[in-house]
Write a protein that binds this ligand. Structure first.
Ligand code: DGP
Length: 149
């Protein structure tokens, strides 16, 4: 074998191990990119799919929900793909605050700030999350029950 002639035996297992690690990392990156390419909210964020937008900047997009659960119902999403709230860490404190301040500003602009509204981050299966891209629901112009169903 060419490899064995060129390198001493002791390097062979190190080479195979490094190769395996590189391949595993490559597979993880591919899987993540496929998820992002298929993500409907990433497509709305990039403009590939249309949505009725209320607000957009370099970090966030806010748009009306396609299946409104109240007279005012919009979503705020980060442009960067996070599967859920579980993916946020201390590095994302500014982004998380930006989502909440935007929710407050848009609640005022849509006229629900005084009557009241609900902000919901459905997370994973028990939370009722159906789109795996972090999003805040902002719902208003009707009374909501507590505890939620
Ligand atoms: P959740 O169940 O918490 O993951 O909420 C996802 C929401 O996203 C749901 O209320 C419907 C909404 N939605 C799903 N697809 C689209 C879409 O293509 N456009 C818009 N505007 N909303 C969508």
């Amino acid at each position: 074998m060419k490899f064995k002639k060129k390198y001493p035996q002791k390097y062979e297992s190190l080479f195979l191990f490094t190769n395996k690690v590189v391949m595993i990392r490559f597979r993880i990156i591919c899987r993540k990119n496929i998820t992002i390419m298929a993500c409907i909210f990433c497509k709305i964020a990039s403009g590939e799919i249309p949505a009725k937008k209320l607000f957009e900047d370099d970090k966030l997009v806010a748009f009306y929900d396609i299946q409104p659960q109240s007279p005012v119902h919009f979503l705020i999403i980060p442009k960067h793909h996070f599967a859920s709230l579980n993916d946020l860490s201390a590095d994302h404190v500014h982004l998380a605050g930006h989502i909440l301040v935007t929710a407050s500003n848009l609640a005022r602009e849509t006229g629900i700030d005084q009557s009241g509204y609900r902000v919901v981050f459905n997370t994973r299966e028990d939370g009722g999350q159906s789109v795996d891209h972090l999003h805040a629901h902002i719902l208003g112009k009707r009374k909501f029950l507590w505890p939620p169903g």
